[in-house]
Design a protein around this ligand. Structure first.
Ligand SMILES: [Zn+2]
Length: 336
């Protein structure tokens, strides 16, 4: 467990993914057909990462992400890079979206560090802190078929050891903020929620970095307040999408961790206004003290257009500034 270090009050960050520019989408299609080399694709992924770091600096986010320009699906990416997985065909998830579902066919584990080189690259581009970004063991297991381990529990705990090694490698590489996403944590709230808690204990054991877990849309009230036992410093949650209804849940038992408050909708095209963001933060302040609050979008923004993403991030940063000024009584320019 760790402090937020020198981040400002109501510090702003993002959940992880940003949309890929057209040249990168085109390059990824060509790479699948082996029309361009791995090196050429990597160079374009680096270019897109550089652009997103610059955009975040220009807008003024406090804690940056690399934008995941080199990742496709958040689970398949790790499955691809780790031992023990094969990829089944495309599986239908929400609506008409399809994703490649991994199959566990042998003992799972890391062949090599998965995200460390990308973290180091992104961090080398900026003086602001960049978050290390991992997918949590419970979610990897939940979104895969298990054809190897006799029980789900064994699979989840073995994945937890692997993700924990990755987290420690990120910390060694200089990451002071590490996010371990568990968007699927509320899938079986009565069956094995305790297992998700146990797995996160293994992942963050011994870390001194500030840790975050992003939990997606879904039945958060079903796992509250139990989810406050998750072994991370901050829970990052989507509040905007349901008009801050979750605050009613948080009134029932004190929110004892830091919270990453989602203040812009990741699924709508509409760009929120600065005042709308500020109002969302003010609502949250009625339930949770400012010292525990960080500000972020509801979810990853990879399905948004680039201009929508930039607009939403800008509204988020400026809205946080408005409320920060109200709290501290200082006047800083709206745009740094
Ligand atoms: Zn999400």
């Amino acid at each position: 467990m760790s402090s937020r270090m020198n981040l400002p009050l109501l510090a702003t960050s993002a959940v992880g993914s940003y949309p890929k520019p057209a040249y990168l989408l085109e390059a990824r299609r060509k790479a699948l057909r082996q029309q361009i080399s791995k090196q050429e694709l990597t160079a374009l992924e680096q270019r897109a990462t550089r652009e997103w770091i610059q955009i975040q600096e220009d807008i003024g986010l406090d804690l940056l992400v690399d934008g995941e320009q080199y990742r496709g699906d958040m689970v398949a990416y790790f499955a691809d890079e780790m031992e023990g997985f094969a990829i089944a065909g495309l599986v239908r998830s929400y609506g008409n979206r399809y994703y490649p579902k991994p199959v566990v066919v042998g003992p799972v584990g890391r062949r090599h560090p998965v995200t460390v080189e990308w973290f180091k690259f992104a961090q080398s581009l900026t003086k602001r802190p960049v978050k290390g970004m991992l997918t949590g063991p419970y979610t990897i297991a939940e979104w895969s078929f298990n054809e190897h381990y006799p029980t789900r529990r064994e699979l989840v705990l073995e994945l937890a050891r692997a993700v924990g090694e990755e987290a420690r490698d990120l910390e060694k590489a200089g990451a002071r903020y590490i996010q371990i996403d568990e968007p699927a944590i509320h899938t079986r709230p009565d069956e094995d929620f305790e297992l998700a808690l146990e797995a996160m204990e293994i992942v963050t054991d011994g870390l001194s970095a500030y840790t975050v877990s992003h939990i997606c849309y879904g039945d958060v009230p079903r796992i509250y307040p139990r989810v406050l036992k998750l072994a991370v410093d901050q829970l990052d949650l989507a509040l905007k999408n349901e008009h801050f209804a979750l605050l009613e849940t948080f009134k029932q038992a004190r929110f004892t961790k830091d919270i990453g408050v989602g203040v812009v909708d990741a699924h709508s095209h509409r760009v929120e206004s600065v005042e709308e963001v500020a109002e969302g933060i003010r609502k949250t302040l009625q339930v949770i003290p400012a010292e525990q609050i960080m500000v972020s979008p509801d979810c990853g923004l990879k399905t948004r257009a680039i201009d929508e993403t930039v607009g939403k991030l800008r509204a988020m940063v400026d809205g946080a500034k408005v409320v920060r000024n109200e709290l501290t009584g200082t006047r800083e320019p709206t745009r740094a």
